[in-house]
Every structure is written in C-alpha cells, then in structure tokens.
Design a protein around this ligand. Structure first.
Ligand SMILES: [Zn+2]
Length: 246
C-alpha cells in the first residue's frame, strides 16, 4: 500500500501554480507559472524510483569504460586549466568513478559518492579508487569549505530536495572554488516543441528540467552564481558556478 502522491511547491520560486503539460509513464509533467521550471508533480512514488535505479543504472557505464574515461579526462583538464589547478575535488553522483579517476590522475585529491553499490564496487575494484563511497550527500560529514571543485554531471535533474542540495553545495565549496553542473536544457533550441517527445523526459528518474534561467534562480537563492556557460549542440546545460559576489 503506498501513500497518495505528494504535491510540492516549485523548488525554484516556491510557486504553487502549475500548467499541466502531459502524462508519461503514469507521471504528471507540469510547468511552473511563476518561473517556468518543468517538473514531475506530484512526486513519483519512492518505490518506483528505487526500482528504476536498482534495475539498470551502472551497466551502460561499464560497457563503454575507455570512452567514459577519455571524456572525463577532457572535463577535468578544462577545469584544471581554466579554474582550479589543484586541490580537493568532489564528484557527486560519481557512478563508476571515471571523473574521480581522471581528477586523481591530474593531481587532485578526488572523492566521489554515488547511491549505487554496483557502481562504487566497480570504482574500487576495477579503477582502484579508495576515496569513493556508496552514499547520499546528506549522509556525508564533509567539512564546510573544504572542496575546491565540486562536479555534478547528469545528477541535479534526479535530485528530490534541491534546496538542501544547493545549500550544501555552497557550504562545502571553498570561497575560491568552482562547481560544474551538467543537466538537460529544456530551454535549448533543439528541444522538441512537443516536449513529451524529448528523449530526456524520463518519468520517475528526471524530476526537474532546467533552463539556464531556472537553474540560475535556484542557485541565487543559496548565494551561488553562474560565471560561465559552455555552448552545446545537444540540449544540455554546462555551467560553471561560484560563490556570488556580495
Ligand atoms: Zn517556479
């Protein structure tokens, strides 16, 4: 027996007025009247979300491991050259650990967390990483201000409690540090006008669909700001974030 699905206010603007867009996989997709955020509301039931993660998550990563590692090295190198040359790195939602591996190779003291046990086992046993943990951020006791780089690659769209996440990000980030966020971009020109056709629409997995404007607004609520954005041919947001200047 499951509880009735929960309706939540908009995590970006606290609005409670939504336009219904479509239903997919039994979930209701809506757009916030206040800020334009697209999200699943009411929330998917927890047991559905868990079933999806248990099913299929890591396998795709492990099959293309060499390509994933090469790609991670490019991402790490860009941050190292343009933003932060060395220090402590935290990859949230690190999956099988390719970014942690690449950042370690580049000289960072790199850490990773992911809720999926099979992925973390791969990171430890195959990639030989020690600083990876099967954990959620809210259960980690990292000290404030101790990370020079925090990365979230294809993670934020999965997160249920965005306010808690972003508040924690700001506190964990060193004042001179940088955060890189990648997430699907619902504001991108190539997103189909019939939004339900977009391949990033994933019931129970992708809870929030940001544009640059809605992501910037969420970050600003917690004293963070976008300082740069990489353009992308595919509908993806790639932004670099720092503490907002007072
Ligand atoms: Zn809103």
């Amino acid at each position: 027996v499951s509880a009735a699905p929960e309706r939540v206010p908009c995590p970006v603007c606290d609005g409670t007025g939504f336009e219904f867009l479509f239903e997919r996989g039994g979930e209701s997709f809506v757009r916030c009247h206040g800020c334009g955020l697209v999200m699943i509301n009411p929330r998917p039931r927890r047991e559905r979300v868990k079933a999806i993660y248990d099913q299929h998550y890591s396998h795709g990563y492990i099959i293309k491991s060499q390509a994933k590692l090469r790609r991670a090295r490019r991402w790490v190198d860009r941050i190292r050259r343009r933003y932060v040359p060395s220090g402590r790195w935290l990859d949230i939602g690190c999956s099988a650990g390719f970014v942690v591996k690449a950042a370690t190779e580049a000289g960072f003291d790199a850490h990773g967390i992911d809720p999926e046990a099979a992925a973390i086992r791969y990171a430890r046993e195959v990639l030989g990483l020690a600083n990876v943990a099967c954990a959620k951020l809210e259960h980690c006791d990292y000290r404030n201000g101790t990370f020079d780089v925090i990365t979230l690659y294809d993670v934020i769209e999965h997160v249920d409690d965005l306010d808690a996440l972003v508040e924690r990000l700001r506190r964990l980030l060193h004042p001179a540090g940088v955060i890189e966020i990648r997430t699907p971009d619902v504001g991108h020109l190539r997103v189909p006008a019939a939004l339900w056709r977009w391949n990033e629409i994933k019931p129970a997995e992708h809870l929030h669909y940001f544009s640059r404007a809605t992501l910037a607004r969420l970050l600003a609520r917690h004293g963070l700001e976008i300082v740069a954005q990489r353009r992308s041919l595919k509908p993806g947001l790639k932004v670099y974030v720092r503490h907002a200047r007072a």
